[in-house]
Design a protein around this ligand. Structure first.
Ligand code: ADP
Length: 471
Protein backbone atom coordinates (compact mmCIF):
# COMPACT_ATOMS: atom_id res chain seq x y z
CA UNK A 1 0.00 0.00 0.00
CA UNK A 2 1.07 3.58 -0.53
CA UNK A 3 0.44 5.70 2.54
CA UNK A 4 0.96 9.46 2.69
CA UNK A 5 1.43 10.79 6.21
CA UNK A 6 0.76 14.50 6.58
CA UNK A 7 1.98 16.06 9.80
CA UNK A 8 3.20 19.28 11.43
CA UNK A 9 6.06 17.43 13.13
CA UNK A 10 8.45 14.60 12.27
CA UNK A 11 11.59 13.71 14.21
CA UNK A 12 14.43 14.55 13.53
CA UNK A 13 13.28 17.27 11.13
CA UNK A 14 11.13 19.14 13.64
CA UNK A 15 9.76 17.93 16.97
CA UNK A 16 7.83 19.60 19.76
CA UNK A 17 6.58 16.44 21.47
CA UNK A 18 5.31 12.91 20.96
CA UNK A 19 3.70 13.63 17.57
CA UNK A 20 7.18 14.19 16.11
CA UNK A 21 8.48 10.92 17.52
CA UNK A 22 5.56 8.94 16.14
CA UNK A 23 5.62 10.41 12.63
CA UNK A 24 9.40 9.95 12.55
CA UNK A 25 9.04 6.24 13.35
CA UNK A 26 5.72 4.79 12.14
CA UNK A 27 6.42 5.33 8.37
CA UNK A 28 9.87 3.81 8.73
CA UNK A 29 8.44 0.63 10.23
CA UNK A 30 5.60 0.59 7.69
CA UNK A 31 8.22 0.63 4.93
CA UNK A 32 10.16 -2.14 6.63
CA UNK A 33 7.02 -4.25 6.63
CA UNK A 34 6.76 -3.95 2.83
CA UNK A 35 4.55 -0.92 2.30
CA UNK A 36 5.37 2.48 0.84
CA UNK A 37 4.96 5.18 3.45
CA UNK A 38 5.91 8.80 2.80
CA UNK A 39 5.82 11.91 4.96
CA UNK A 40 4.82 15.44 3.94
CA UNK A 41 5.38 18.30 6.37
CA UNK A 42 6.04 22.05 6.37
CA UNK A 43 9.49 23.31 5.47
CA UNK A 44 10.47 25.06 8.69
CA UNK A 45 13.95 26.52 8.86
CA UNK A 46 15.43 23.80 11.09
CA UNK A 47 18.95 22.40 11.36
CA UNK A 48 17.87 19.26 9.51
CA UNK A 49 16.93 21.33 6.47
CA UNK A 50 20.32 23.01 6.31
CA UNK A 51 22.33 19.83 6.88
CA UNK A 52 20.75 17.67 4.17
CA UNK A 53 20.44 17.56 0.40
CA UNK A 54 17.17 18.26 -1.34
CA UNK A 55 15.67 18.23 -4.80
CA UNK A 56 12.67 20.22 -6.01
CA UNK A 57 9.86 17.86 -7.06
CA UNK A 58 6.98 20.26 -7.63
CA UNK A 59 6.21 23.94 -7.92
CA UNK A 60 2.64 25.11 -7.73
CA UNK A 61 0.43 28.11 -7.22
CA UNK A 62 -2.71 28.24 -5.14
CA UNK A 63 -4.59 30.56 -2.80
CA UNK A 64 -5.63 31.07 0.78
CA UNK A 65 -8.80 33.09 0.31
CA UNK A 66 -7.86 36.10 -1.76
CA UNK A 67 -4.12 35.71 -1.14
CA UNK A 68 -2.46 33.92 -4.05
CA UNK A 69 0.94 32.37 -3.45
CA UNK A 70 3.57 30.07 -4.95
CA UNK A 71 4.63 26.95 -3.11
CA UNK A 72 7.45 24.48 -3.62
CA UNK A 73 7.72 20.82 -2.63
CA UNK A 74 11.22 19.50 -2.01
CA UNK A 75 12.32 15.94 -1.30
CA UNK A 76 15.23 14.69 0.78
CA UNK A 77 17.60 13.00 -1.66
CA UNK A 78 19.02 10.03 0.24
CA UNK A 79 16.02 8.49 2.02
CA UNK A 80 18.10 8.68 5.18
CA UNK A 81 15.10 8.48 7.52
CA UNK A 82 13.86 5.23 6.03
CA UNK A 83 11.02 6.91 4.11
CA UNK A 84 10.57 9.56 1.42
CA UNK A 85 10.37 12.92 3.12
CA UNK A 86 8.73 15.90 1.40
CA UNK A 87 8.70 19.46 2.69
CA UNK A 88 6.27 22.15 1.62
CA UNK A 89 7.71 25.63 1.37
CA UNK A 90 5.45 28.66 1.49
CA UNK A 91 7.46 31.83 1.55
CA UNK A 92 6.38 34.12 4.38
CA UNK A 93 4.31 31.47 6.20
CA UNK A 94 6.22 28.29 6.87
CA UNK A 95 9.80 29.60 6.72
CA UNK A 96 10.09 29.98 10.50
CA UNK A 97 12.36 28.42 13.16
CA UNK A 98 9.64 27.02 15.40
CA UNK A 99 6.81 24.62 14.63
CA UNK A 100 4.04 26.39 16.58
CA UNK A 101 3.35 29.48 18.61
CA UNK A 102 2.82 32.16 15.96
CA UNK A 103 -0.20 34.46 15.77
CA UNK A 104 -0.87 33.26 12.21
CA UNK A 105 -0.71 29.50 12.92
CA UNK A 106 -4.24 29.08 11.51
CA UNK A 107 -3.17 30.63 8.20
CA UNK A 108 0.11 28.67 8.18
CA UNK A 109 -1.46 25.24 8.65
CA UNK A 110 -4.53 25.89 6.49
CA UNK A 111 -2.29 26.99 3.61
CA UNK A 112 -0.03 23.98 4.19
CA UNK A 113 -2.99 21.58 3.93
CA UNK A 114 -4.28 23.22 0.76
CA UNK A 115 -0.82 22.85 -0.83
CA UNK A 116 -0.62 19.16 0.10
CA UNK A 117 -3.98 18.41 -1.54
CA UNK A 118 -3.16 20.62 -4.52
CA UNK A 119 0.08 18.70 -5.04
CA UNK A 120 -1.57 15.26 -4.73
CA UNK A 121 -4.17 16.42 -7.27
CA UNK A 122 -1.53 16.65 -10.00
CA UNK A 123 -0.01 13.21 -9.39
CA UNK A 124 -0.50 10.70 -12.15
CA UNK A 125 -1.87 8.20 -9.59
CA UNK A 126 -3.66 8.19 -6.25
CA UNK A 127 -2.21 7.01 -2.94
CA UNK A 128 -4.06 4.19 -1.16
CA UNK A 129 -4.46 6.22 2.02
CA UNK A 130 -3.88 9.77 3.20
CA UNK A 131 -3.09 9.56 6.90
CA UNK A 132 -3.34 12.88 8.74
CA UNK A 133 -2.22 13.65 12.29
CA UNK A 134 -3.88 16.01 14.78
CA UNK A 135 -5.74 19.24 14.08
CA UNK A 136 -2.99 20.87 11.97
CA UNK A 137 -3.80 18.47 9.15
CA UNK A 138 -7.36 17.49 10.04
CA UNK A 139 -9.04 19.70 7.42
CA UNK A 140 -7.59 17.53 4.65
CA UNK A 141 -10.41 14.92 4.78
CA UNK A 142 -12.93 17.76 4.31
CA UNK A 143 -10.94 19.38 1.49
CA UNK A 144 -10.66 16.05 -0.32
CA UNK A 145 -14.36 15.30 0.00
CA UNK A 146 -16.11 18.61 -0.37
CA UNK A 147 -13.95 21.16 -2.20
CA UNK A 148 -15.14 21.32 -5.82
CA UNK A 149 -11.63 21.65 -7.24
CA UNK A 150 -10.53 18.33 -5.71
CA UNK A 151 -13.63 16.23 -6.30
CA UNK A 152 -11.60 13.76 -8.34
CA UNK A 153 -9.76 12.88 -5.09
CA UNK A 154 -12.89 12.33 -3.00
CA UNK A 155 -12.52 8.55 -3.15
CA UNK A 156 -9.08 8.51 -1.49
CA UNK A 157 -9.50 6.94 1.96
CA UNK A 158 -8.39 9.12 4.85
CA UNK A 159 -7.33 8.23 8.38
CA UNK A 160 -7.03 10.76 11.18
CA UNK A 161 -4.85 9.91 14.17
CA UNK A 162 -5.53 11.93 17.29
CA UNK A 163 -2.40 12.36 19.35
CA UNK A 164 -3.98 15.04 21.51
CA UNK A 165 -7.60 16.17 21.45
CA UNK A 166 -7.05 19.14 23.77
CA UNK A 167 -5.88 21.25 20.85
CA UNK A 168 -8.43 21.56 18.06
CA UNK A 169 -7.24 24.47 15.88
CA UNK A 170 -10.47 26.53 16.16
CA UNK A 171 -11.05 29.08 13.37
CA UNK A 172 -13.70 31.80 13.21
CA UNK A 173 -16.35 31.39 10.52
CA UNK A 174 -15.06 34.64 9.05
CA UNK A 175 -12.11 32.58 7.82
CA UNK A 176 -14.20 29.97 6.00
CA UNK A 177 -13.22 31.61 2.70
CA UNK A 178 -9.64 30.41 3.27
CA UNK A 179 -10.68 26.98 2.01
CA UNK A 180 -10.94 26.33 -1.74
CA UNK A 181 -14.62 26.76 -2.80
CA UNK A 182 -16.63 24.03 -1.07
CA UNK A 183 -20.14 22.66 -1.06
CA UNK A 184 -22.06 25.00 1.29
CA UNK A 185 -24.54 22.23 2.16
CA UNK A 186 -21.62 20.61 4.00
CA UNK A 187 -20.95 23.48 6.41
CA UNK A 188 -21.94 21.17 9.26
CA UNK A 189 -18.87 19.09 8.51
CA UNK A 190 -16.69 22.04 9.61
CA UNK A 191 -18.84 23.41 12.41
CA UNK A 192 -18.58 22.80 16.15
CA UNK A 193 -19.87 25.27 18.72
CA UNK A 194 -20.17 28.21 16.35
CA UNK A 195 -16.70 27.98 14.92
CA UNK A 196 -14.80 25.96 12.38
CA UNK A 197 -13.21 23.19 14.40
CA UNK A 198 -10.57 21.39 12.30
CA UNK A 199 -10.25 18.45 14.71
CA UNK A 200 -14.02 17.96 14.86
CA UNK A 201 -14.14 18.23 11.07
CA UNK A 202 -11.44 15.57 10.79
CA UNK A 203 -13.42 13.25 13.07
CA UNK A 204 -16.54 13.76 10.96
CA UNK A 205 -14.92 13.53 7.53
CA UNK A 206 -12.07 11.02 7.88
CA UNK A 207 -12.96 7.48 6.93
CA UNK A 208 -11.42 6.15 10.14
CA UNK A 209 -10.18 7.80 13.30
CA UNK A 210 -7.52 6.36 15.55
CA UNK A 211 -6.33 7.45 18.99
CA UNK A 212 -2.94 6.56 20.39
CA UNK A 213 -4.15 4.25 23.15
CA UNK A 214 -7.29 2.28 23.99
CA UNK A 215 -7.92 3.93 27.34
CA UNK A 216 -7.62 7.40 25.83
CA UNK A 217 -10.36 6.54 23.33
CA UNK A 218 -12.61 5.53 26.22
CA UNK A 219 -11.78 8.68 28.16
CA UNK A 220 -12.54 10.94 25.18
CA UNK A 221 -16.22 10.03 25.42
CA UNK A 222 -16.25 11.71 28.84
CA UNK A 223 -13.53 14.31 28.54
CA UNK A 224 -12.49 15.71 25.16
CA UNK A 225 -12.38 19.47 25.55
CA UNK A 226 -15.93 19.87 24.26
CA UNK A 227 -15.99 17.03 21.70
CA UNK A 228 -17.30 14.30 24.02
CA UNK A 229 -20.65 13.85 22.25
CA UNK A 230 -18.91 13.73 18.87
CA UNK A 231 -16.65 10.89 20.04
CA UNK A 232 -19.70 9.07 21.38
CA UNK A 233 -21.55 9.59 18.07
CA UNK A 234 -18.60 8.56 15.89
CA UNK A 235 -17.39 5.69 18.07
CA UNK A 236 -18.11 3.19 15.31
CA UNK A 237 -15.23 4.45 13.23
CA UNK A 238 -12.76 5.04 16.07
CA UNK A 239 -10.00 2.60 17.01
CA UNK A 240 -7.31 2.80 19.69
CA UNK A 241 -3.81 1.81 18.55
CA UNK A 242 -1.00 2.14 21.06
CA UNK A 243 2.11 3.97 19.87
CA UNK A 244 5.35 2.07 19.68
CA UNK A 245 8.80 3.51 20.28
CA UNK A 246 11.62 3.77 17.79
CA UNK A 247 13.92 1.13 19.22
CA UNK A 248 16.62 2.19 16.77
CA UNK A 249 16.80 5.65 18.33
CA UNK A 250 15.85 4.75 21.91
CA UNK A 251 18.28 1.98 22.75
CA UNK A 252 20.51 2.24 25.85
CA UNK A 253 23.03 -0.06 24.12
CA UNK A 254 23.69 2.38 21.26
CA UNK A 255 21.95 5.68 21.95
CA UNK A 256 23.92 8.37 20.10
CA UNK A 257 23.21 10.95 22.77
CA UNK A 258 24.86 9.06 25.66
CA UNK A 259 28.45 7.92 26.06
CA UNK A 260 27.98 5.15 28.59
CA UNK A 261 25.92 2.47 26.93
CA UNK A 262 24.37 -0.47 28.75
CA UNK A 263 22.07 -3.45 28.38
CA UNK A 264 19.85 -5.20 30.89
CA UNK A 265 22.92 -7.28 31.90
CA UNK A 266 25.14 -4.25 32.52
CA UNK A 267 22.38 -1.91 33.70
CA UNK A 268 23.71 -1.57 37.30
CA UNK A 269 27.05 -0.16 36.17
CA UNK A 270 25.65 1.67 33.16
CA UNK A 271 22.93 3.50 35.02
CA UNK A 272 25.28 4.34 37.87
CA UNK A 273 27.79 6.03 35.52
CA UNK A 274 25.07 8.00 33.74
CA UNK A 275 23.58 9.04 37.07
CA UNK A 276 26.98 10.22 38.24
CA UNK A 277 27.30 12.46 35.17
CA UNK A 278 23.87 13.94 35.80
CA UNK A 279 24.61 14.48 39.48
CA UNK A 280 27.98 16.12 38.74
CA UNK A 281 26.40 18.39 36.15
CA UNK A 282 23.48 19.46 38.29
CA UNK A 283 25.03 19.37 41.78
CA UNK A 284 22.99 16.43 43.08
CA UNK A 285 23.82 13.73 45.63
CA UNK A 286 24.24 10.41 43.74
CA UNK A 287 23.56 8.33 46.88
CA UNK A 288 19.90 9.34 46.91
CA UNK A 289 17.25 8.11 44.45
CA UNK A 290 17.03 10.45 41.48
CA UNK A 291 13.48 11.32 40.38
CA UNK A 292 13.18 13.18 37.08
CA UNK A 293 10.41 14.87 35.12
CA UNK A 294 10.75 15.47 31.36
CA UNK A 295 8.05 17.27 29.43
CA UNK A 296 5.97 20.30 28.74
CA UNK A 297 5.33 22.33 31.89
CA UNK A 298 1.57 22.53 31.37
CA UNK A 299 -1.56 21.52 33.27
CA UNK A 300 -2.14 18.45 31.11
CA UNK A 301 1.15 17.00 32.35
CA UNK A 302 0.36 17.93 35.98
CA UNK A 303 3.42 20.22 35.94
CA UNK A 304 1.64 22.93 37.95
CA UNK A 305 1.59 20.70 41.05
CA UNK A 306 5.30 19.85 40.84
CA UNK A 307 6.57 22.74 43.00
CA UNK A 308 4.17 21.82 45.84
CA UNK A 309 4.82 18.09 45.44
CA UNK A 310 8.56 18.65 45.72
CA UNK A 311 8.27 20.92 48.78
CA UNK A 312 5.83 18.51 50.44
CA UNK A 313 8.04 15.52 49.72
CA UNK A 314 10.99 17.20 51.46
CA UNK A 315 8.77 18.24 54.36
CA UNK A 316 6.89 14.98 54.96
CA UNK A 317 9.34 12.33 53.72
CA UNK A 318 12.59 14.15 54.43
CA UNK A 319 15.47 15.06 52.16
CA UNK A 320 15.85 11.47 51.03
CA UNK A 321 15.61 11.97 47.27
CA UNK A 322 16.84 14.23 44.46
CA UNK A 323 14.68 15.88 41.80
CA UNK A 324 15.75 17.01 38.35
CA UNK A 325 13.25 18.68 36.03
CA UNK A 326 13.61 19.26 32.28
CA UNK A 327 10.94 21.21 30.44
CA UNK A 328 9.39 24.46 29.44
CA UNK A 329 5.86 25.78 29.38
CA UNK A 330 3.75 28.02 31.63
CA UNK A 331 5.96 30.94 32.76
CA UNK A 332 4.60 30.84 36.33
CA UNK A 333 5.46 27.12 36.67
CA UNK A 334 8.92 27.75 35.22
CA UNK A 335 9.42 30.57 37.71
CA UNK A 336 8.29 28.51 40.72
CA UNK A 337 10.56 25.64 39.71
CA UNK A 338 13.50 28.04 39.24
CA UNK A 339 12.84 29.55 42.65
CA UNK A 340 13.02 26.14 44.35
CA UNK A 341 16.70 26.00 43.39
CA UNK A 342 17.47 28.38 46.23
CA UNK A 343 16.33 25.73 48.73
CA UNK A 344 18.33 22.88 47.21
CA UNK A 345 20.59 20.91 49.51
CA UNK A 346 22.32 19.11 46.66
CA UNK A 347 18.99 17.48 45.92
CA UNK A 348 17.14 19.66 43.39
CA UNK A 349 17.74 21.26 40.03
CA UNK A 350 15.81 22.32 36.95
CA UNK A 351 16.69 22.94 33.31
CA UNK A 352 14.17 25.19 31.61
CA UNK A 353 14.14 24.62 27.86
CA UNK A 354 14.14 21.88 25.28
CA UNK A 355 17.22 19.64 25.24
CA UNK A 356 17.08 16.36 23.33
CA UNK A 357 20.47 15.01 24.46
CA UNK A 358 19.86 15.87 28.11
CA UNK A 359 16.54 14.04 27.95
CA UNK A 360 18.32 10.86 26.78
CA UNK A 361 20.88 11.14 29.57
CA UNK A 362 18.07 11.59 32.08
CA UNK A 363 16.21 8.48 30.90
CA UNK A 364 19.53 6.61 31.19
CA UNK A 365 20.72 7.96 34.53
CA UNK A 366 17.56 8.45 36.59
CA UNK A 367 16.09 5.97 39.03
CA UNK A 368 12.52 7.17 38.54
CA UNK A 369 10.53 9.14 35.97
CA UNK A 370 7.60 11.10 37.33
CA UNK A 371 4.47 11.56 35.16
CA UNK A 372 1.57 13.02 37.16
CA UNK A 373 -0.39 13.68 33.95
CA UNK A 374 -4.02 14.80 34.01
CA UNK A 375 -4.32 13.81 30.35
CA UNK A 376 -1.97 11.42 28.57
CA UNK A 377 -3.18 10.17 25.17
CA UNK A 378 -0.36 7.63 24.96
CA UNK A 379 2.78 9.00 26.56
CA UNK A 380 6.13 7.96 25.19
CA UNK A 381 8.31 9.01 28.12
CA UNK A 382 7.23 6.10 30.30
CA UNK A 383 8.12 3.65 27.51
CA UNK A 384 11.52 5.25 26.96
CA UNK A 385 12.21 5.22 30.68
CA UNK A 386 11.36 1.53 30.99
CA UNK A 387 13.64 0.68 28.09
CA UNK A 388 16.41 2.51 29.97
CA UNK A 389 15.67 0.69 33.24
CA UNK A 390 14.10 3.74 34.92
CA UNK A 391 10.97 3.04 36.97
CA UNK A 392 7.97 5.12 35.78
CA UNK A 393 5.79 6.76 38.46
CA UNK A 394 2.57 7.45 36.59
CA UNK A 395 -1.00 8.53 37.10
CA UNK A 396 -3.53 5.88 36.05
CA UNK A 397 -4.80 7.58 32.88
CA UNK A 398 -4.82 7.12 29.07
CA UNK A 399 -1.78 5.39 27.66
CA UNK A 400 -0.07 5.36 31.06
CA UNK A 401 -2.82 3.05 32.30
CA UNK A 402 -2.31 0.81 29.26
CA UNK A 403 1.47 0.49 29.58
CA UNK A 404 2.40 0.55 33.28
CA UNK A 405 1.41 -2.01 35.94
CA UNK A 406 2.07 -1.17 39.57
CA UNK A 407 4.87 -3.25 41.07
CA UNK A 408 2.50 -4.26 43.88
CA UNK A 409 0.36 -6.17 41.36
CA UNK A 410 1.15 -9.51 39.79
CA UNK A 411 3.89 -9.08 37.19
CA UNK A 412 4.03 -5.32 37.82
CA UNK A 413 7.01 -2.98 37.44
CA UNK A 414 6.02 0.67 37.97
CA UNK A 415 4.50 2.97 40.55
CA UNK A 416 0.91 3.86 39.70
CA UNK A 417 -1.43 6.25 41.53
CA UNK A 418 -4.99 7.35 40.82
CA UNK A 419 -5.02 11.14 40.92
CA UNK A 420 -2.90 14.04 39.78
CA UNK A 421 -3.13 15.42 43.31
CA UNK A 422 -0.31 16.54 45.58
CA UNK A 423 -1.23 13.85 48.12
CA UNK A 424 -1.30 10.95 45.65
CA UNK A 425 1.91 11.96 43.91
CA UNK A 426 3.76 12.53 47.18
CA UNK A 427 2.64 9.11 48.36
CA UNK A 428 4.08 7.69 45.14
CA UNK A 429 7.37 9.39 45.95
CA UNK A 430 7.36 7.85 49.41
CA UNK A 431 6.90 4.42 47.79
CA UNK A 432 9.78 5.17 45.41
CA UNK A 433 12.10 6.03 48.31
CA UNK A 434 11.13 2.79 50.10
CA UNK A 435 11.61 0.71 46.97
CA UNK A 436 15.04 2.24 46.35
CA UNK A 437 16.35 0.59 49.52
CA UNK A 438 15.32 -2.86 48.30
CA UNK A 439 18.12 -3.33 45.77
CA UNK A 440 17.11 -6.88 44.86
CA UNK A 441 13.57 -5.84 44.05
CA UNK A 442 14.78 -2.86 42.01
CA UNK A 443 17.06 -5.13 40.01
CA UNK A 444 14.24 -7.57 39.21
CA UNK A 445 11.87 -4.73 38.25
CA UNK A 446 14.55 -3.22 36.03
CA UNK A 447 15.16 -6.53 34.26
CA UNK A 448 11.46 -6.97 33.67
CA UNK A 449 11.02 -3.45 32.26
CA UNK A 450 14.01 -3.62 29.97
CA UNK A 451 12.61 -6.77 28.36
CA UNK A 452 9.15 -5.34 27.68
CA UNK A 453 8.28 -5.05 24.01
CA UNK A 454 7.15 -1.58 22.99
CA UNK A 455 8.37 -1.88 19.41
CA UNK A 456 6.26 -0.65 16.49
CA UNK A 457 5.68 -4.11 15.02
CA UNK A 458 2.25 -4.77 16.54
CA UNK A 459 0.98 -1.23 15.97
CA UNK A 460 2.13 -1.24 12.34
CA UNK A 461 0.05 -4.37 11.72
CA UNK A 462 -2.97 -2.73 13.34
CA UNK A 463 -2.64 0.40 11.18
CA UNK A 464 -2.39 -1.73 8.05
CA UNK A 465 -5.58 -3.56 9.09
CA UNK A 466 -7.30 -0.19 9.47
CA UNK A 467 -6.17 0.87 5.98
CA UNK A 468 -7.27 -2.45 4.48
CA UNK A 469 -10.70 -2.10 6.04
CA UNK A 470 -11.18 1.05 3.93
CA UNK A 471 -10.59 -0.55 0.55
P1 ADP B 1 3.56 15.23 24.42
O1 ADP B 1 2.18 15.35 24.97
O2 ADP B 1 4.41 16.39 24.84
O3 ADP B 1 3.61 14.98 22.97
P2 ADP B 1 4.74 12.58 24.75
O4 ADP B 1 5.00 11.77 25.98
O5 ADP B 1 3.86 11.95 23.73
O6 ADP B 1 4.17 14.00 25.21
O7 ADP B 1 6.14 12.93 24.05
C1 ADP B 1 7.07 13.72 24.66
C2 ADP B 1 8.36 13.66 23.87
O8 ADP B 1 8.97 14.94 23.94
C3 ADP B 1 9.37 12.69 24.43
O9 ADP B 1 10.24 12.27 23.41
C4 ADP B 1 10.13 13.57 25.45
O10 ADP B 1 11.39 13.04 25.75
C5 ADP B 1 10.22 14.84 24.65
N1 ADP B 1 10.36 16.07 25.44
C6 ADP B 1 9.38 16.76 26.05
N2 ADP B 1 9.88 17.88 26.62
C7 ADP B 1 11.20 17.88 26.38
C8 ADP B 1 12.29 18.77 26.70
N3 ADP B 1 12.09 19.87 27.40
N4 ADP B 1 13.52 18.47 26.26
C9 ADP B 1 13.72 17.34 25.53
N5 ADP B 1 12.76 16.46 25.19
C10 ADP B 1 11.52 16.72 25.60
Amino acid sequence: MEIIHVSAECYPVAKAGGLGDVVGALPKYQNESGHIAKVVMPMYRTKFLLENEWEVVHKGRTNLGDWWFDYTIIKEKTNKLGFDLYLVDIYGLLDRDKVYGYADDSERFTAFQICVVDWISVWGHQPDVVHVHDHHTALIPFILRYCYKYQHLANIPTVLTIHNAQYQGWLGWDKSYYLPPWDPWKWGMLEWNNSINPLASGIKCAWKVTTVSWSYLDELKHSANGLESLFEYEKGKCVGILNGIDTGVWDPAKDKYIENHFTSVTSDEGKKTNKQILCDTFGLDPQKPLIVFIGRLVGEKGADILPTVISDAYYYIGRKMCFLILGSGFPEVEEQLERLKQLSQNDYNVYIGYNESLSHLMYAGADYLLMPSRVEPCGLNQMYSMRYGTVPMVRRTGGLKDTVIDYGEDGGYGIVYNWASVGDVTHGIWRAVELYNDKKKVKSIRDKMMHLDFSWETSVKQYIEVYRSLR
